[in-house]
Design a protein around this ligand. Structure first.
Ligand SMILES: *Cc1c(COP(=O)(O)O)cnc(C)c1O
Length: 368
């Protein structure tokens, strides 16, 4: 593994744990193929490092949000095809067609444009119909379904390869989720009158272990692959942590009684206090919202509370209860001892927000 001895802060990424997590889903749903979602730097794990590790893991597509992410996957030498989940501007469609990437189809104008690009490049364009069954973000609406398959069949350069939708509240609203599943299945029935649709996908992490969607044959895996399940399930305890954020003690100091710590003195010492300064802050993605929430780091086998506000590059923690802390000692900021779920609750946000916030200043180190 890369030498980390000169890093102030780094994220250790365990791609074997990711593969382990994928394999749980593979075991539970042996008849579904998998799309691995790697948008937003593979949820903060680093795009290139992750896609190279997953390229031979029987994954059908790499799900991304943008054409630039797809370009990076191709440049990394991967043979797994990128799938662009988000809407693409007209000027971005050419490179999708030229490279044979997969994209969402959200309207008939798009179909017309893709068809003409297919003709221009003499290449069939592989698209998946996006149906908005309730997310309210993108796609055709269920009332567009009647006759849509026949219309799309007219475009000779399009290969309508799949149909998908996205659940908006799978971990919160079971009855609405069942409605979405039924709406999706009705759309599939309607479209398969005139189209083949070999790929049918609806469920992502919040749904894979908790809902049956019999009309589907592929799942899209983001959070679960990264070790976080949004829903209680018997499989959750098998999931492994995939990212541990570390930082080092940079200074060790003794502050007197009644001394303010950090901006605006939201913390004041009561009694002489041993304070360790640690080289990570909100500039590295350790959210400022975690200030004064009881957030803590794990250092030399003990938890140490953060004192006062998180600054851009540094935090101060109380080590009065510890002996022998030295500059250079490594603190776990986030990981097996400080799970995302803990930080999520403290910062009043969602886990994906915590990990996608880890900034580009933080080197990603891949476990061998
Ligand atoms: C981001 C995204 C996913 C992945 O969601 P997870 O809950 O992280 O598994 C799946 N599908 C679509 C369309 C997405 O945008």
């Amino acid at each position: 593994m890369q030498d980390t001895s000169h890093f102030r802060a780094w994220a250790e990424v365990d791609t074997d744990a990711m593969i382990h997590n994928l394999n749980i889903v593979r075991r539970v749903m042996p008849n579904h193929s998998r799309m691995a979602i790697v948008k937003a730097e593979a949820y903060g794990h680093g795009l290139e490092g992750v896609v190279k590790a997953l390229d031979n893991e029987d994954i059908r597509f790499f799900g991304v949000a943008t054409v630039s992410e797809a370009t990076r996957i191709q440049a990394a030498g991967c043979h797994t095809c990128p799938f662009i989940l988000g809407p693409c501007f007209p000027a971005e469609r050419e490179v999708i067609v030229q490279n044979g990437w997969r994209a969402a189809l959200c309207g008939l104008e798009e179909a017309l444009h893709y068809n003409s690009l297919g003709k221009l490049y003499n290449k069939k364009v592989n698209l998946h119909i996006n149906v908005d069954t309730g997310m309210g973000r993108a796609g055709f609406l269920p009332h567009d379904m009647p006759g849509l398959g026949d219309k799309l069949r007219q475009f000779e350069w399009l290969n309508i390869e799949g149909v998908y939708s996205h659940l908006s509240a799978a971990s919160q609203d079971i009855s609405f989720t069942h409605k979405q599943i039924r709406a999706y299945e009705a759309a599939v029935r309607e479209l398969t009158i005139s189209l083949d649709l070999p790929y049918r996908h609806l469920c992502s992490s919040a749904a894979v272990f908790n809902y049956k969607a019999p009309g589907t044959n592929m799942v899209r895996l983001g959070r679960i692959m990264y070790g976080y399940s949004p829903m209680p399930s018997p499989y959750n305890k098998e999931l492994r942590n995939t990212l541990t954020l570390y930082s080092r003690v940079t200074l060790l100091r003794e502050l007197p009684d009644n001394h303010g710590v950090s901006y605006d003195h939201t913390y004041i010492t009561h009694g002489p206090t041993k304070v360790a300064t640690i080289g990570i802050g909100f500039g590295d993605g350790y959210l400022h919202y975690l200030s004064n929430t009881g957030a803590r780091v794990y250092l030399n086998g003990e938890y140490c509370p953060i004192l006062g506000r998180i600054t851009m590059d540094q935090i101060m923690v109380d080590v009065s209860h510890m002996e022998g802390v030295q500059p250079g000692d490594v603190a776990e900021i986030m990981g097996p001892h400080v799970p995302w779920s803990e930080l999520t609750d403290r910062a009043k946000t969602i886990p994906s927000n915590i990990i996608t916030s880890i900034s580009s200043r933080v080197p990603r180190v891949y476990k061998p």
